[in-house]
Design a protein around this ligand. Structure first.
Ligand SMILES: Cc1cc2nc3c(=O)[nH]c(=O)nc-3n(C[C@H](O)[C@H](O)[C@H](O)COP(=O)(O)OP(=O)(O)OC[C@H]3O[C@@H](n4cnc5c(N)ncnc54)[C@H](O)[C@@H]3O)c2cc1C
Length: 381
């Protein structure tokens, strides 16, 4: 696959791989076990420009492309899937809509601090009754004079506990349902805003997932992001980019599973020889690699299309669907190759398996990705 990457991409990959191996990997299991947000790692990633990879340098970004973003999220997630989603949610779900839909004033106000990692971003679309049916927003934003008053409660915000800046969706006209949803930029220190329940999760435990409570949160008009009642479209465009991040996170988990499985199979002996000599093990390794490379190629293609400004919704959904299933497949086989050891916390296989599952759920479940893909195929015929 190296022949599809430029020299700059390979240099970036080697740099992030080294950082992930030396700095992230040694602490990833402890952070996950203790549910600790990896603050030091995020600070170091910020210094390396990894909190603003695919954003122009005029706003403080690293000025790289989406293939660079894919490479970096994969390498980071290979060492720690929690860190991967912290950076991906910050970049794709918070910085990207501000960059894409924000006024010049909003971009100047938020992006330099966010892209340099001084401020962490989050995205709050989901609610208890607005999951796959994301437009069914019950949180309201009512205009009073020159202020917006927000009330309601959002669920599942990645980075919710640590974030300083939220892109948050609220209903500005409940009678219009999906067409009455609007996006706002909400700062975490606004009176009436608070973090509610912090979820206890199966995996990615070093990343926080929280409820957000809005109790008469008063926002100035300048907090409105994009156009009134155009928030659902903004959210869908944002999620296209987010799916590249999650596909890349899934690639990292798949790759880690393959590398650990091969290493273990070479070391573990049964029946007087290394288990890697058994054809059953070799076939599992071959199947894992085929799934990983297929997913990599789809993610690379979708990232390339985003670089070129093409419509890549279907390709992003395909990349996310295939990569998340590859991550689950590879993590499952990684445990199988580890035998009983794979079921224990002594080895990372069980963490890969727990981390892989979320990639089939967030930023649109696999069923929703299949809907996106099939609808676009049916519509164009
Ligand atoms: C760890 C974590 C982090 C998250 N981070 C964020 C975040 O940062 N910001 C945010 O806004 N949200 C976030 N989410 C929410 C996530 O995007 C939703 O959980 C997801 O979209 C699914 O919604 P739901 O949980 O309500 O499931 P439901 O929508 O209730 O789905 C339940 C089941 O029904 C299926 N289903 C639903 N509708 C259909 C349909 N039309 N056709 C076929 N099958 C269907 C689903 O595929 C699923 O299998 C996060 C969730 C988790 C668990």
């Amino acid at each position: 696959m190296d022949n599809l990457l430029s020299e700059e991409h390979i240099m970036l990959r080697d740099m992030v791989r080294k950082f992930a191996k030396e700095k992230i990997e040694p602490v990833s299991s402890d952070n996950e076990h203790n549910k600790t947000f990896p603050r030091d790692i995020i600070n170091e990633a910020s210094e390396m420009g990894l909190m603003g990879i695919a954003f122009p340098d005029e706003y403080g970004g690293a000025g790289m492309d989406y293939i660079s973003y894919m490479i970096a999220i994969e390498e980071i997630s290979r060492a720690c899937a929690s860190t991967g989603v912290i950076i991906s949610a910050h970049s794709s779900l918070a910085c990207d809509p501000i960059y894409r839909f924000g006024t010049e004033e909003q971009k100047q106000k938020y992006l330099p601090d966010m892209l340099s990692g001084q401020k962490i971003g989050a995205f709050s679309l989901s609610e208890s009754n607005a999951g796959s049916d994301a437009g069914n927003t019950q949180t309201t934003a009512v205009k009073k004079g020159d202020k917006w008053i927000l009330n309601g409660s959002k669920l599942w915000a990645t980075n919710g506990r640590e974030a300083d800046v939220f892109v948050l969706l609220a209903s500005t006209d409940p009678s219009l349902k999906t067409k009455g949803v609007t996006a706002f930029i909400v700062e975490a220190d606004t009176p009436g805003y608070s973090v509610g329940k912090v979820e206890r999760k199966l995996g990615i435990r070093a990343s926080s997932t929280t409820e957000i409570i809005l109790d008469n949160v008063e926002l100035p008009e300048s907090a409105l992001l994009g156009e009134i009642n155009k928030g659902f479209k903004l959210a869908m465009v944002t999620l296209d980019g987010g799916r590249l991040g999650i596909a890349s996170q899934a690639l990292g988990i798949a790759r880690a599973s393959i590398e650990d499985a091969i290493k273990y199979a070479k070391e573990r002996e049964q029946f007087g020889q290394a288990i890697v000599n058994f054809q059953a093990i070799q076939w599992m390794i071959a199947d894992m690699w085929c799934q990983y490379e297929s997913a990599w190629l789809l993610t690379w293609r979708a990232s390339k299309m985003k670089n070129e400004g093409l419509n890549y919704s279907r390709e992003a959904a395909m990349a996310k669907l295939v990569a998340s299933e590859a991550a689950m497949f590879c993590a499952n086989k990684c445990i199988q190759i580890h035998g009983g050891n794979g079921y224990t916390e002594e080895f990372k296989a069980e963490r890969y398996y727990r981390d892989a599952k979320i990639t089939e759920i967030y930023e649109g479940t696999s069923e929703i990705q299949r809907l996106v893909i099939s609808r676009s195929l049916i519509m164009e015929r």
